[in-house]
Design a protein around this ligand. Structure first.
Ligand code: PEP
Ligand code: MG
Length: 564
């Protein structure tokens, strides 16, 4: 299923033979409507801007009127019973590709005209109705320019077998959600949608970040074998779920699960997690069009804590803002060219106290039923932390007055995900019960590399010596106060970094449940001195790529069966 920039679904649909004439007529009236629309644009542009601008549309009009093009599309409808949308898209994309492959800049730009025509035609054929991603009812691979986190959250893993997007980075929230939903995905492929149309055969190789369009038979066969092998290997790893998470020399390393949806607590249990280390609650907002009520929050938290009442559940308060902005809060949205540095996360909740207090009330109430802890995201200054804690105190007073049961001695922690928090970790350690290092944002803000931008994805690395140094600083500052430190960014779910994190003193990690078995496998294969040696050597290297290569080599030695 292909979604273009305007998110039209181009269905691979066939029509029955007895309605072929009606479908051809539908196509003709759509293309006639397109011609009228273009002529109107041509007239307006000529009038307002001059004839040379109107001529831009003349090219479009000639294309839309081209009898050969119409003939080809009608032939697919008549002879192959393709639905007009499918037939138009197939023919136009084939032409676009031909133009793009001529190796001439001028001709390549004509492909843009063809896509424009396709868009207009589909708009007429499909009407304004857009098929909702949430309502897919047959198995498909979704290919899109972009999927927002909320669109991704609405995908049903039962039918969406995989997805690939042209934009995005591997720690973008779209990618994180793919992990949560356990849907194979590749994001940030770059432009490729002109090469595909609905109904093509596609391979999504999430392990290597590859999308293979129209694979030949030997490739398909090879991938089927690989897929089955991975399935068997995963089943074997799942058996590790119930074994203890400790190093080969017996030091326990706590492993928790990161979740975005309450139901994922079941994935955590299945994979042997010792609790939930990060519950990204903003997804309560992103899945629905309406703002969640206190009861919606409360029910979600009970759904998480009830099956694991004795295990820690870290609920992170709303990390809304930047690309995570739901429809229901559109009025509060900030128009900024740089939203990642804008009003997001704890800054946003501190300015929208109603919404913040609603959530805090629900957390405190649910905490009566288990070991729930609160965590504030994107804390950048001690003042901000104190303000958030003060609001928490106010909410407790309200609940007290109202006689509603709640947990008073709840643990309060913070994400360390901006350099200022890492640099001042000694100060923060005086005021929180625990730290959770969010490497996804820490890397983005330290290296000034947008985590969702594929153009600079090669500059984004957890192996950068600056990131390793910041983690060491946090561990050292926390140790002085006995403040526990968890790592909860994607780094902790990547086996490449397991040894170096342990070697730097990390004893707790929280990751996508799916990745926990392989991380545990690495943990059980190394000793602390080995890990420390690896971290010490990594510390001598200056360049992220050298650190990555070194760690890759060490991982092959630690776990040859899985990584060689
Ligand atoms: C992080 O930034 O590392 C993190 C865990 O939070 P998120 O990915 O939700 O921004
Ligand atoms: Mg973050």
């Amino acid at each position: 299923m292909v979604l273009g920039t305007e998110d039209f679904r181009i269905p691979r649909r066939f029509v029955s033979v007895n309605v072929v004439d009606i479908e051809v007529a539908r196509f003709r009236s759509a293309i006639d409507a397109v011609c009228t629309e273009i002529s109107e644009n041509e007239r307006l542009a000529s009038e307002r801007l001059g004839a040379q601008y109107g001529a831009i549309f003349t090219a479009h009009l000639n294309l839309a009127r081209d009898p050969k093009l119409r003939e080809e599309i009608e032939e697919l409808i008549r002879e192959r019973t393709y639905a007009p949308e499918f037939a138009s898209s197939r023919v136009l994309r084939r032409y676009a590709k031909l133009f793009q492959n001529l190796g001439n800049q001028y001709m390549a730009e004509r492909a843009v005209d063809i896509f424009d025509l396709e868009k207009r035609l589909l708009r007429h054929l499909l009407g304004t109705e857009r098929e909702e991603l949430a309502h897919i009812t047959e198995p498909v691979i979704v290919l899109a320019t972009n999927l927002t986190p909320s669109e991704t959250a609405s995908l049903n893993p039962e039918f969406v077998l995989g997805f690939a997007t042209e934009v995005g980075g591997h720690t973008s929230h779209t990618a994180i959600l793919a992990g949560a939903l356990e849907i194979p995905a590749v994001v940030g492929v770059g432009p490729f949608l002109s090469d595909v149309s609905g109904g093509d055969t596609i391979i999504i190789d999430g392990n290597h970040g590859e999308v293979i369009v129209d694979p030949d038979e030997p490739t398909l066969k090879r991938y089927r074998v690989t897929r089955d092998r991975i399935k068997t290997a995963n089943q074997k790893l799942e058996l590790l779920g119930q074994l203890e998470s400790k190093t080969a020399d017996g030091v326990p390393i706590k492993l928790y699960g990161n979740i975005e949806f309450p139901e994922e607590v079941d994935h955590c249990i299945k994979r042997g997690a010792e609790g939930v280390g990060l519950y990204r609650t903003e997804f309560l907002y992103l899945k629905d069009d309406r703002e969640p009520s206190e009861e919606d929050h409360y029910n979600a938290y009970r759904r998480v804590v009830d099956p694991i009442p004795t295990l820690p559940v870290v609920i992170r308060t709303l990390d809304l803002g930047a690309e995570k902005f739901p429809h229901s809060l559109e009025d509060l949205a900030e128009v900024s060219p740089n939203p990642v540095l804008g009003l997001r996360s704890v800054r946003f909740t501190l300015r929208n106290l109603g919404l913040f207090k609603t959530q805090l009330r629900a957390i405190l109430r649910a905490a009566v039923h288990g070991d729930i802890r609160i965590m504030f995201p994107l804390v950048t200054s001690v003042l901000e932390l104190r303000q958030a804690k003060m609001i928490l105190g106010d909410v407790m007073e309200d609940l007290e007055e109202e006689g509603i049961p709640f947990c008073r001695d709840i643990q309060v922690g913070m994400m360390v995900e901006v350099p200022s928090a890492a640099l001042l970790a000694d100060r923060f350690a005086e005021e929180v019960d625990f730290f959770s290092i969010g490497t996804n944002d820490l890397i983005q803000y330290t290296l000034a590399v947008d985590r969702a931008n594929p153009t600079v994805a090669d500059l984004y690395s957890a192996a950068d010596p600056s990131i390793l140094r910041l983690i060491r600083m946090v561990v050292a500052a926390a140790a002085k106060k006995d403040t526990p430190v968890v790592v909860c960014g994607q780094m902790s779910g990547d086996p490449l970094y397991t040894a170096v994190l342990i070697g730097m003193g990390i004893r707790e990690m929280s990751a996508t449940p799916f990745s926990l078995p392989i991380i545990k496998q690495v943990i059980r294969s190394i000793t602390i001195p080995q890990a420390e040696e690896i971290a010490a050597h990594a510390d001598t290297l200056d360049v992220a790529r050298d650190v990555e290569n070194y760690l890759r080599g060490e991982l092959k030695k630690i776990s040859p069966d899985e990584f060689s």
